[in-house]
Design a binder for this molecule. Sequence first.
Ligand code: AMP
Length: 175
Amino acid sequence: MDIKSVIRTIPDYPKKGILFRDITTLWQDARGFRHVVDQLVWPYAGVRIDKVAGIEARGFVLGGAIAHQLSVGFVPVRKKGKLPGAVHSEEYDLEYGTDTVEVHQDAIKEGENVLLVDDLIATGGTAAAAINLIRHAGGTVIGAAFVIDLPDIGGAKRIAAMGVNVRTLCEFEGD
Ligand code: AMP
């Protein structure tokens, strides 16, 4: 199926000049949602995955569905201050300023294989920080799976350069 046809683009959100790729329209489409979960999961058939880690917030929806399909546990990667227990934190650069992502210290055990999931990769800054967190916790990032790649921004290459296998399902060029 044509995944891009069920992804809505909203211009100038959250600020002027950004083309926001809105996957809520994909989730509303029963076949579309099922299709992207299947497409993100099948390359890992036969690969040992112990946990799925999803990046707040759209990575929770996709990651939860993927974890269920793989019959493994789910780990939320959250923005600073949202997790109640003891956390590992990783700060990363934004265009202006910095942001921080966190995971619970007991969420990933030494030697576990983790599949990282989010809706979209742009600069790769968020995913890179999440990979550092998972590695810090003792996990191995076995892959990073996204529905959308913005290839002109180069995030997928950046994550591949960290030694992580990247899977994306569609591309929007020019931004
Ligand atoms: P980055 O760290 O630059 O790779 O940004 C990725 C994160 O920001 C993901 O969690 C995306 O959901 C969100 N994001 C960045 N750019 C866009 C965009 N054009 N449309 C929708 N979400 C975006």
